[in-house]
Design a protein around this ligand. Structure first.
Ligand code: FMN
Length: 198
């Protein structure tokens, strides 16, 4: 099993990174191959809405030559894509939004002269999130959008693990949260094993 992490936090020592570390450690212990891409610094520009991708049925067809294609290839080569992000203004951070806009257009050919394949069909998507509000309020809109994106892209949504940032004076990662995120990694692995056996 191969899992690619798209990391949308700019803070290498931040809350999202703190939650991601035990998740990755747990994956390692289960023999899951992981690859983490920090999206800040990848130079992925926003979608230009030119629609050129819609008439390219055998590839991405994006006119922008930047970091997008390399990240997309990692996603396509993975069984599970983990979107790790802090919530900014009720959604994911800006580099992740830029990536998702381009992924969902370039990989789903619904608006060209003829319909084409969904290039990420069958991939599983999960999300690891930190936010300031209680999770339901802070991360609810993000999770709803993610479910819709998965359905549109022919991907399977596997769930979200979200914990609240209660302010700098409280350590973000405690024993309970660490156990929780390790359980989340195990649940993803078990769901895939079960699917493979079915
Ligand atoms: C620019 C900015 C916007 C934010 N917007 C929200 C928000 O809309 N809702 C929320 O619950 N938390 C919001 N937060 C809080 C962060 O999501 C939270 O502190 C998170 O744990 C930061 O993760 P990081 O340490 O990985 O950067 C915002 C933080 C920043 C810096």
């Amino acid at each position: 099993m191969k899992l690619c992490v798209l990391m949308g936090s700019p803070r290498r020592e931040g809350n999202t990174a703190a939650l991601l570390a035990p998740f990755l450690d747990e994956c390692g212990q289960m023999g899951v191959e992981t690859h983490t891409i920090w999206l800040y610094g990848q130079g992925i520009g926003p979608c230009l809405g030119c629609m050129a991708c819609q008439n390219c049925l055998d590839g991405l067809g994006c006119v922008q030559e930047d970091g997008f294609e390399a990240v997309f290839q990692e996603m396509a080569a993975s069984d599970v894509i983990l979107l790790a992000t802090p919530i900014y203004a009720f959604f994911c951070s800006a580099p992740m939004k830029a990536l998702l806009d381009r992924v969902i257009y370039a990989s789903v050919k619904n608006y060209g002269r003829e319909r084409g394949p969904k290039l990420l069909e069958g991939r599983r998507v999960a999300s690891l999130v930190t936010c300031g509000y209680p999770p339901e309020k802070g991360a609810g809109p993000w999770e709803e959008a993610l479910k819709l994106l998965c359905r549109y892209g022919g991907m399977e949504y596997m769930g979200m693990f979200c914990r609240r940032d209660r302010g700098g004076e409280v350590p973000f990662l405690d024993e309970d949260r660490e156990r929780g995120v390790r359980d989340f990694a195990q649940a993803i692995r078990m769901a895939i094993v079960a699917e493979e056996l079915a």
